[in-house]
Design a protein around this ligand. Structure first.
Ligand SMILES: C[S@@+](CC[C@H](N)C(=O)[O-])C[C@H]1O[C@@H](n2cnc3c(N)ncnc32)[C@H](O)[C@@H]1O
Ligand code: SF4
Length: 493
């Protein structure tokens, strides 16, 4: 266990997040003193005359064995900017120290946040050119060339697709039902219980919430930009329930300006020809059919009740019905999968040739079955995960796709990222808007969290719905009141 001592500052969270890039959480702890019996790190901020210094020192058995020091000036007296610069410099010396000591340079440098594109937007807004931004990412954040280029490419696509006009919002509708719980999942999902099937009551509540939100939108003079029906697994609803949901949406909401309408069909074991025809009949052109992997033994292991053959036949059916855009979600680093298994998945993707592929890296989520039984499963090494990310990129490019949005999550294998790839004009605008946080998203259903954007303050206000199905069904009115209060009470921007 390594001890870490902070001197002259209290940025424990930020420093802890960076150390987690190099060590597991149970391999280090913060301490008041560095002792002679182990390896210790001191991360220190100090002032001399007008100058500031960030120093990171590595001790082994009480002796200093490595030290990285950086001097810096604070030119901008804005306290927020000053704090940001100080944190950045403290992380920089620590990063260099750990990179040398661990003989490994993580590709994301000192960036530990989940939305790295935000830094590019901030720098763009400050007037820096693309070349200057690349240089800042390299020198001040220590990103490697590959990740720098990824961010620049994504931002160049995203900026043409985002709609940041203040009177536009997106709508998310959550369907928190799934046939079974996948091993890695921590999303709100309720199994469909034959004796006590709550889907009908849920739809009734959703219909009510949609009608009320429609009134809120009219009063707030808001237009709808995109709609996303996600989950859970929306196609866990019956065909009639899906139909009722779409009829309500079309009757109650003004769809005249909607640029994109997505239904995340999700698991092939819930998709039928009738459901696909219902989705298509209502004019929805974008759906997801998610394999996660194209290897049958893994599908079984992760508790998805469908086979590779089911994925292929469902996909072909959806193509025959004529959907314009089909997205397929994959996960890198699933238990028992290495580079060969992942390459097989990508080869199968080439045969299907969808318009979108979203490549996730496995995250060991706190509330997942996987986390509770981690020792039972063989998980891949971070070096393999990096190679799989490169493979995904190579194969997606072969299919004519480019990366168009990305985000990172906590507890990800190898501290990597999730990347959405798309062919031109098939990118998912909703995904971009939710990640970049520059548009209000109004979220309906159990566990759905609305995010209200206030542009003048560049701030989001979260308005959560309750997660429990029963609470949502019994308290739908209260969920609507919460939205009204934030969206109308404070004069929605
Ligand atoms: C909200 S889930 C819903 C998708 C749909 N229910 C399905 O499973 O096909 C969206 C995507 O997140 C990804 N995902 C979920 N849990 C994950 C985890 N722990 N690590 C990495 N990716 C994950 C999966 O690729 C999944 O398709
Ligand atoms: S991954 Fe998808 S299908 Fe599996 S439990 Fe989570 S939401 Fe449901």
């Amino acid at each position: 266990m390594i001890h870490v001592k902070l001197e002259g500052h209290d940025y424990e969270y930020e420093i802890g997040e960076l150390i987690k890039v190099f060590y597991n959480v149970d391999e280090f702890q913060f301490a008041d003193e560095i002792t002679n019996d182990r390896v210790g790190i001191i991360n220190k901020l100090y002032y001399e005359n007008e100058k500031k210094f960030s120093i990171s020192s590595l001790y082994d058995k009480g002796k200093i064995i490595m030290e990285i020091k950086e001097e810096f000036n604070i030119e901008d007296r804005n306290p927020l900017k000053e704090r940001k610069l100080v944190k950045q410099k403290l992380k920089l010396t620590l990063f260099e120290l750990l990179a040398q000591y661990r003989k490994r340079r993580p590709k994301w440098g000192i960036l530990t946040g989940i939305r790295p594109t935000k830094i590019v937007y901030e720098l763009m807004n400050e007037g820096f050119t693309e070349e200057e931004i690349k240089n800042i990412l390299k020198v001040q954040y220590r990103l490697n060339e590959e990740k720098i280029q990824l961010l620049i490419n994504i931002v160049n696509i995203e900026k043409n697709l985002m709609n940041n006009k203040e009177d536009y919002v997106s709508i998310y509708i959550g369907i928190p039902f799934c046939p079974t719980k996948c091993l890695y999942c921590s999303f709100p999902s309720n199994s469909i219980c034959k004796k006590n099937d709550k889907r009908e009551a849920y739809i009734e509540s959703l219909v009510y919430e949609i009608k009320e939100v429609s009134i809120i939108l009219r009063e707030g003079n808001k237009k709808i930009d995109t709609i996303y029906i996600g989950g859970g697994t929306p196609t866990s609803l019956t065909n009639d329930q899906l139909d009722k949901l779409f009829v309500t949406i079309k009757e109650e909401l003004d769809l005249s300006e909607v640029r994109e309408f997505t239904v995340e069909a999700g698991r092939p074991d819930t998709i039928t020809i009738e459901k696909l025809e219902t989705i298509k009949k209502h004019g929805i052109e974008r759906i997801s059919i998610n394999p996660q992997t194209m290897n049958d033994p893994t599908l079984k292991l992760i508790k998805r009740d469908h086979t590779v053959e089911d994925i292929k036949s469902t996909y072909k059916l959806a193509k025959q019905i004529g959907f314009k855009t089909i997205n397929m979600d994959l996960i890198i680093g699933l238990p028992n999968e290495g580079i060969d298994e992942f390459e097989n998945t990508m080869k199968e993707m080439i045969k299907l040739d969808p318009e979108n592929i979203t490549v996730h890296t496995l995250a060991i989520k706190k509330s997942s079955i996987l986390k509770a039984n981690k020792e039972k499963y063989k998980l891949c090494h971070e070096n393999s995960a990096e190679k799989m990310i490169e493979l995904a990129n190579k194969y997606c490019k072969k299919m004519g796709m480019s990366p168009y949005y990305m985000y990172r999550q906590k507890y990800m294998v190898g501290n990597l990222e999730n990347i959405g790839y798309g062919k031109v004009n098939h990118e998912c605008i909703y995904n971009i808007e939710i990640i970049e946080e520059k548009q209000t998203i109004i979220a309906l259903g159990a566990g759905a969290v609305s995010k209200i954007y206030y542009p003048e303050e560049n701030r989001l206000e979260r308005v959560p719905n309750v997660t429990s199905l029963d609470h949502y069904i019994n308290r739908t009115k209260e969920m609507v009141e919460r939205k009204k209060k934030e969206l109308l009470g404070k004069n929605m921007k």
